[in-house]
Design a protein around this ligand. Sequence first.
Ligand SMILES: NC(=O)c1ccc[n+]([C@@H]2O[C@H](COP(=O)([O-])OP(=O)(O)OC[C@H]3O[C@@H](n4cnc5c(N)ncnc54)[C@H](OP(=O)(O)O)[C@@H]3O)[C@@H](O)[C@H]2O)c1
Length: 264
Amino acid sequence: MQSPSRPTALITGGAAGIGASFARALARDGYRLVLVDRNGEGLQRFAGSFDADTEVVTADLTVEGDLARVEQRCREGVDLLVNNAGFGHPTEFLSTSAVAELAMSKLHMDVVLRLTLAALPGMIERGRGGIINLGSVLGFFPSSTYSASKAWVINFSQSAFTKARPSGVTVTVLCPGFTRTEFHDSAGMNMTKIPGFLWLEADALVKAALSDWRQGKAVSIPGWRNKTIAALSRLLPMRLILRIHAGTGKHSLAVRERTPVTRP
Ligand SMILES: NC(=O)c1ccc[n+]([C@@H]2O[C@H](COP(=O)([O-])OP(=O)(O)OC[C@H]3O[C@@H](n4cnc5c(N)ncnc54)[C@H](OP(=O)(O)O)[C@@H]3O)[C@@H](O)[C@H]2O)c1
C-alpha cells in the first residue's frame, strides 16, 4: 500500500540489468520498491543485497494470472511505474518461433498497455507520479520484430504523455542504445563487433533517465551517441537506412556458438 510520505515505485524486470539500476537509484531517493521479476530466487537475492523497503512479486508477465496480480498491485496505488521487463531474440523473425515472437510482443506491448491502464488513472486523479516505459533507439529504425515492438512503446508512450501531462503526471519513454546488462547474453547475441565507445553503463543510463523524467520530458535518449543515432533516423533517407541495416544486422547480432537461455 502507498504511504503518504514515501512514494512507491513498481519496477518490472526489477532483479537485473537496467531494472536493478532503477531499483538502487530509487531506493537511494527514498522510494519504497515493488520489484516484479519472473526469477523468484534472483529477485529475493537482489532485494536482500541492498538496504531498501522492498516488496517482491514473482511473476512471469506473459502469464495471464501473474499479469493480473501485478495489474491489481498497480491499481492499489504506485507513484512511479517502470515498465522495464523485456528481451530480444538472437535470430531474425523468419527463424524465430511464433510462440517466442508472441511472448515478446505481449511483454513489450500488451503488458506495457495493461499496467499503464491500471496505474495511470489513479496517478492522474492524484495529480502526481508517473511512468517510465523502456523503448530503445532501435525503435526509431525498421530493424526487426524487436524494433517494431519498441516503436509501438515509443508511439504509445508519447500519446500517454499528452493525456497525462495536464494533470502534472509525466509519462517518459526511455530509449537506450547498447547498455551493459545481461540482455544480450540472455538472448545469445554476439556483441563482440560493437565498439566499446557505443556502450553505456546501466547506472549512468538510469541517472539520466530519472533526471529527464523529473524534468517532464516525453522522450529520454541518454548519451550523445544515442541522440545522434536517433537523429539519423529522421535525417537519413529510408532507402539508405534499409541498405545499412541489411549490411550490418546480420553481422552485429549473429547468434553465438552457445545455447541461448530458453525463452518461451
Ligand atoms: N541492454 C540494452 O542494450 C538495451 C537497449 C535498449 C533497450 N533495452 C530494454 O531495456 C529493458 C531492460 O533490459 P536489460 O538490458 O536490463 O535486460 P536484462 O538484463 O536481461 O533484464 C531484464 C529483466 O526482465 C526480466 N524479464 C524478462 N521477461 C520477463 C517476464 N516475462 N516477466 C517478468 N520479468 C521478465 C528478466 O528476467 P530473466 O532473467 O528471468 O529473463 C530480467 O530480470 C528491456 O525492455 C530491453 O528491451 C535494453
